[in-house]
Design a protein around this ligand. Structure first.
Ligand SMILES: Nc1ncnc2c1ncn2[C@@H]1O[C@H](COP(=O)(O)OP(=O)(O)OP(=O)(O)O)[C@@H](O)[C@H]1O
Length: 447
């Protein structure tokens, strides 16, 4: 029966697809309640689950006559050093994706951050912060969605760790701070939480502070952590999608703390900078983007750089799957698919906007998402709905539970799960999320 599943699956996908994506895919076991496959890479695992979950399910059904769910695990737990080296040297694009070891994305470095005139001053100060912790305290960076704030924060974190191996550098989102706080209260151990943030970090970086809008209790806790660290000369680095003054419903004393150090904004990159960013984004995927292709992408996609990245990833995946050259004609087709996907009307309720975006990008209907199917793609879509409601539209867990008709623990679990993938910049879930946010951010009020 084991080989039958693979045989059926092999017949259902094109040879090229099989060679590109299933070369390390093997059947590990068929159990009473599930089928387990293994692959040799984190990114492929994620990609197969998302893109080929449906066909894998159908193949299992056809071969076994049962509706068994499946799971994909790493082969032998993880890649051996030799395998990693081989995969880094050669093979398909996907095999070369690095495995993440910390909550910092190894690609978010200063070397990978392209500096145009518009952000030169910001870049210089950021490097200075990593060389001289405590000099500009706090360092507060704000600016629009997808302009590189997280990248810059993580670059400061990584460079500080290199410059000062003895310093304890802690990077978190303000949502994680809140979750840790709630967890510690549940476990009746708030002191441990306080010690963790106040005593065990020399450099604390907090991403997306705007998430704490309206959460007065967490703000108070953060205020005390801020003061204790600041008084002890520890470096604080904070970023937000808006100026501190625009943090509505924030304690005024916290806002004035944010304003007392170095406050800088991250600017939209000009077309020339976008050209260099496009080249760099491709280089991060070990692909060299021809100048004319980088040019056409940079001049057609502005604003949120995740859209630019999304287009480049699509280009690379397309060229890998269809064995096509990355040239102007392919880039134009990709751009057309971006342009022909009209915006989502912003007059709709957030949840309807998200359903629409998912239907367009993942081809999964709202009925499926609202239902109870455990199909992996549908489960992922459901989790993305909850995560986007929270992150992008600032909804509370109670509201999300009400709007999606799911229980609180399911909502919390889903948000955590997607947050982890997004934070780690992990594979296809992150790409999907970026695509969805790109589409939602470009919504047209006209429709
Ligand atoms: N100057 C740059 N050079 C190279 N890559 C960049 C630059 N700015 C942004 N990027 C890339 O663009 C993508 C989006 O950046 P990032 O996630 O840091 O944006 P953000 O401002 O934190 O977004 P959000 O407001 O949603 O939190 C990332 O892949 C990042 O590496």
């Amino acid at each position: 029966m084991s080989s039958q599943i693979i045989n059926v699956l092999k017949k259902k996908v094109a040879k090229k697809t099989w060679d590109n994506w299933f070369s390390t895919f093997e059947l590990k076991s068929v159990e009473d309640d599930r089928v387990v496959f293994s692959v040799a890479n984190l990114f492929i695992k994620d990609w197969l689950q998302t893109k080929y979950g449906g066909v894998i399910n159908r193949s299992i059904h056809e071969a076994t006559g049962k509706e068994l769910p499946f799971e994909i695990v790493f082969k032998d737990g993880e890649l051996s050093k030799e395998e990693t080296a081989v995969h880094q040297q050669a093979g398909s694009l996907l095999k070369r994706k690095p495995l993440m070891i910390s909550n910092l994305n190894p690609e978010y470095t200063f070397e990978n951050f392209v500096v145009g005139e518009e952000n030169r001053a910001l870049y210089e100060v950021a490097r200075d912060v990593a060389r001289n912790p405590g000099k500009y305290n706090p360092f507060f960076v704000y600016g629009g969605v997808g302009l590189g704030k997280t990248h810059l924060l993580q670059a400061i974190a990584q460079e500080t760790m290199t410059n000062f191996p003895d310093k304890k550098v802690l990077y978190i989102t303000s949502e994680q701070f809140m979750n840790d706080m709630i967890q510690s209260i549940k476990e009746n151990n708030i002191q441990k939480f306080r010690d963790h943030y106040r005593k065990r970090s020399d450099v604390l970086l907090i991403d997306d502070i705007q998430f704490l809008i309206g959460k007065k209790g967490v703000q108070t806790e953060f205020f005390h952590s801020f003061n204790e660290l600041h008084d002890a000369g520890k470096q604080l680095i904070i970023c937000s999608d808006r100026n501190p003054e625009e943090l509505d419903n924030f304690h005024s004393r916290l806002i004035s703390r944010f304003q007392m150090g170095m406050l800088m904004t991250i600017q939209q990159p000009e077309a020339e900078t976008r050209f260099h960013i496009a080249k760099k984004l491709a280089q991060r995927e070990s692909v060299s983007l021809p100048d004319d292709v980088a040019m056409i992408l940079a001049s057609n996609i502005d604003g949120n750089l995740r859209r630019l990245r999304g287009a480049i990833i699509k280009l690379i995946v397309h060229s890998s799957v269809y064995n096509a050259r990355i040239d102007i004609s392919l880039a134009s087709r990709i751009l057309q698919s971006f342009a022909s996907s009209p915006g989502i009307p912003s007059s709709q309720k957030p949840i309807d906007q998200i359903y629409d975006a998912i239907e367009r990008i993942m081809k999964i209907s709202r009925e499926d998402i609202k239902g109870n199917s455990r199909n992996k793609e549908i489960v992922l879509a459901r989790q993305l709905v909850m995560y986007i409601l929270k992150q992008h539209f600032g909804k509370q867990v109670v509201e999300i539970a009400r709007e999606t008709g799911k229980q609180h623990p399911t909502v919390i679990h889903s948000i955590k799960k997607i947050d982890k993938s997004v934070m780690m910049g992990k594979g296809s879930t992150k790409i999907l999320y970026d695509d969805l946010i790109g589409l939602l951010s470009s919504r047209s009020a006209a429709v």
